[in-house]
Design a protein around this ligand. Structure first.
Ligand SMILES: Cc1cc2nc3c(=O)[nH]c(=O)nc-3n(C[C@H](O)[C@H](O)[C@H](O)COP(=O)(O)OP(=O)(O)OC[C@H]3O[C@@H](n4cnc5c(N)ncnc54)[C@H](O)[C@@H]3O)c2cc1C
Length: 459
């Protein structure tokens, strides 16, 4: 018999991805009575289908690429790719074969109560999970994240296709692969599978891949991918999809017909807001993002964190927002959410690190913009590195204030070089200070000096 009596708790968290799990854990640690609700796997997209397994694929693929660079640099290496260790590692070390037992135990050990099911808002401070009704004294936190979006392409629903959730479960690299979408998810997987021997085509409807990045970054990555044998088609849309024997055929808008063993759809994300009862708390039921204030409040007694806030589809954003929301729920003082120095990395090789504004964004914000860019291969470390040294550092200065408002670092460990650029934007370090500090020789981050010189020369 189901228990229909309302159960009073302090906080109910709906969705236990990185954002929700962090909120539930920290609030329970602080002594509140917390119920965490998850309909699928505690931990969310990142450990089971996203960041972690995809980066295990990328890491393995990068090893293959490095081994292929031995020739002419350090002797000879014969490389025989085998995807089996990657598939094994994803199952054992990342996903526990897509089992969240350990994550549930971790949550409960911190004192939160776990409920498996779909949480739905049932009015202010009320959440239903099946027959159970929870009343939240302090409030409700929505952290329902995103899932792969499916574009409306004729024929797509009639063919078997992969999303990121299927791709990370692959046990072998397909003989051939068409990737719809030239964003971060599509390109990381395209390059990883290609390095394992798949014949890969990427179809991107915009006029360049990684369209959110600086055009220079898109150009470098496109050149590298094409040099590795990936067929990158930009400005093309998939008009129709059909089964073709054991493969899938994609008809593009220019009349081309592409065939591959597998089709990976990586065209964006669908927010987990549909049907969760937003109207019952006075919000728009059709909303695609849940707007919050700088304390992550989405309404009275309602907080939202993670992908659904639209502030950036990244695990580190979900964690960052979780900490802001937790402080607010606990009535503690703390800095409000601030996205001026939002940073992220696309883990292609070369990696693309980005912080803050692009040049175009800074210009449309009306800033007095100066930019400077320097190629990695022209710098000492880039020359020493040799093969695999494509990349650049690009700086975007608000000359009115004499500080960086954005930067991009493409190259080997471009995501690590990003750290100092992020600090410069976040702390608004004066340009004169950046020009006069020490940069160890010969590091990749020393390319910053060349980028600063280019910026000064352009002034
Ligand atoms: C292939 C790929 C690679 C990625 N790589 C990176 C990376 O390298 N770095 C990075 O920072 N980010 C990366 N991301 C993004 C990252 O995974 C997400 O930004 C992050 O998982 C968002 O966390 P979240 O808590 O908002 O939501 P999610 O992780 O989406 O979790 C939301 C949870 O809520 C549950 N849920 C939804 N609705 C309900 C409901 N009504 N009731 C109960 N439960 C519900 C879902 O089942 C899910 O478990 C990647 C994503 C993908 C797809």
């Amino acid at each position: 018999m189901s228990d229909q009596r309302p159960q009073e708790v302090d906080v109910v968290v709906i969705g236990l991805g990185p954002g929700g799990e962090e909120v539930a854990t920290r609030l329970a640690e602080a002594g509140l009575s917390v119920v965490g609700i998850e309909q699928h796997l505690v931990g969310g997209e990142c450990p089971y289908y996203g960041c972690v397994p995809s980066k295990m694929m990328v890491r393995a693929a990068d090893l293959l690429a490095e081994a292929r660079r031995v020739e002419g640099m350090a002797g000879h290496a014969t490389v025989t790719p085998d995807f089996a260790p990657v598939a094994r590692r994803i199952r054992k070390e990342a996903t526990d074969d897509w089992n969240d037992r350990v994550a549930v135990e971790r949550l409960e050990k911190h004192g939160a109560r776990f409920v498996r099911g779909r949480g739905v808002l049932d009015g202010p401070s009320r959440v239903r999970v099946g027959d159970a009704l929870f009343l939240a004294r302090r409030g409700v936190v929505i952290a329902t994240g995103t899932s792969p979006a499916t574009p409306s392409i004729p024929g797509l629903s009639d063919v078997p296709y992969w999303t990121n959730r299927d791709a990370v479960k692959a046990e072998t690299a397909p003989g051939s692969l068409i990737v719809l979408g030239g964003g971060a998810v599509g390109l990381e997987m395209a390059q990883a599978f290609a390095r394992f021997g798949s014949g890969v085509t990427v179809i991107e409807s915009l006029d360049r891949v990684l369209a959110a990045e600086e055009p220079e970054a898109s150009a470098v990555v496109t050149t590298v991918l094409r040099a590795e044998g990936i067929d990158v088609r930009v400005g093309r849309t998939a008009a129709r999809v059909e089964a073709a024997g054991d493969s899938v055929a994609v008809h593009t808008d220019d009349g081309a017909v592409l065939r591959a063993e597998r089709l990976l759809v990586a065209t964006g994300r669908r927010p987990g807001l549909a049907g969760i009862g937003l109207a019952t708390v006075g919000l728009d039921d059709a909303a695609h993002v849940l707007r919050t204030d700088e304390r992550m409040r989405a309404g009275e007694g309602l907080w939202a964190v993670g992908d659904i806030t639209g502030a950036g589809l990244f695990t580190h954003v979900a964690f960052y927002q979780a900490h802001v929301a937790v402080a607010d729920i606990l009535g503690r003082d703390g800095p409000p959410a601030d996205y001026r120095a939002l940073a992220w990395v696309t883990f292609t090789d070369p990696e693309v690190g980005r912080v803050g504004m692009s040049e175009a964004q800074a210009r449309s914000a009306g800033l007095e913009v100066r930019t400077g860019a320097a190629e990695v291969r022209q710098a000492s470390r880039g020359r020493i590195h040799g093969p695999g040294n494509a990349g650049l550092i690009k700086l975007v200065e608000d000359a009115g204030r004499g500080v960086l408002v954005g930067a991009t670092s493409v190259g080997p460990w471009g995501g690590e070089v990003l750290a100092m650029l992020t600090l410069a934007v976040h702390a608004a370090v004066p340009m004169r200070m950046l020009r006069t500090m020490h940069y160890a020789f010969p590091t990749f981050h020393r390319g910053m000096l060349d980028a600063l010189a280019a910026l000064d020369a352009a002034a």
